[in-house]
Design a protein around this ligand. Structure first.
Ligand code: NAD
Ligand code: ZN
Length: 254
């Protein structure tokens, strides 16, 4: 591990335009469970219940969705950025951060203090809700209050349309602008660091792949092996907070 930390520190010091690609594993140390690890969300809920088409088609599916979502949002709302989020903020302060492409919907890169224009949320955010019919948006806390007060499925105040958190569900198309921006940054970066992602959710996972193919160095910090490990310049299988903290300390000591 010692050697890897030194190598990682050098990769970062040599880089001028770093692209961070983050996934649910980045936020487990902030108390938000990921989907696929033991104790993760998919041990408690069945992913096939949460397809977009089901959500649109069935009141019962919407009710199930909001039960899961109400619980998950409460955890996210109270969560605080951990050492790894703060390390990314430090990279921005050093002038090395090109952008953050995040699969997370938990707002923690914003809470850590990174500039909003550097944060690309390719799976949306759990912190707002929108109407599928007229696109009116709602603050998530306002909807959360209605659910807490006993409402099972919220509908739009203006048009009675179906309300949904502003996140990308299975079966829903990816946001065009955010995807284009992600690939543009992948093309431009000179180092891509994957933090806490199993890299199994596509098309999101093709972003670090594209960065590597476009000539950037690729560093993967993830507790478990990923599908891009063999392609990466450096892989560290350990917790993101611990590793990022150690790398920045090492950089400070150099
Ligand atoms: P994933 O659940 O598929 O994989 C998480 C990966 O992180 C695993 O490979 C695991 O080994 C690793 N990991 C867990 N804790 C870690 C830690 N402390 N340090 C380093 N690695 C750690 O997550 P994914 O790849 O992001 O894809 C799942 C989808 O779930 C995404 O689309 C995302 O939108 C959504 N999601 C988001 C959140 C969130 O916003 N915090 C939480 C759960 C799921
Ligand atoms: Zn509406």
């Amino acid at each position: 591990m010692e050697d890897s930390i030194t190598q990682a520190a050098h990769l970062i010091m040599d880089a001028g335009k770093i692209l961070i690609f983050s996934g649910a594993g980045l936020s487990t140390e902030s108390g938000i469970p990921d989907f696929r690890s033991p104790g993760g969300v998919w041990e408690k809920y069945d992913p096939s219940d949460f397809y977009f088409q089901k959500f649109v088609a069935s009141e019962e599916a919407r009710e199930k969705y909001w039960i899961m979502s109400t619980e998950f949002y409460a955890t996210m709302r109270d969560a605080q950025p951990n050492r790894a989020h703060l390390a990314i903020k430090e990279l921005e302060e050093m002038g090395k951060l090109l952008a953050i492409v995040t699969q997370n919907i938990d707002n923690l890169h914003h809470k850590a203090g990174n500039s909003p224009e550097k944060i690309i949320e390719i799976h949306g955010t759990a912190f707002s809700v929108y109407c599928l019919n007229c696109s009116k948006t709602y603050d998530r806390d306002e909807i959360q209050e209605r659910l807490k007060a006993g409402l099972k499925v919220p509908y739009c105040d203006d048009c009675s349309g179906i309300l949904k958190p502003s996140t990308i569900s299975f079966g829903q198309s990816m946001p065009e602008f955010e995807m284009a921006e992600s690939f543009r940054n992948a093309q431009e970066c000179d180092l891509c660091i994957v933090l806490g992602s199993s890299l199994v959710v596509y098309p999101a996972a093709s972003v670090p792949d594209h960065a590597k193919d476009s000539g950037a160095a690729l560093m993967i910090i993830n507790r478990d092996p990923t599908s891009l490990d063999t392609k990466a310049d450096l892989v560290i299988h350990d917790s993101a907070g611990k590793v990022m903290g150690a790398i920045l300390e090492h950089m400070g000591a150099l």
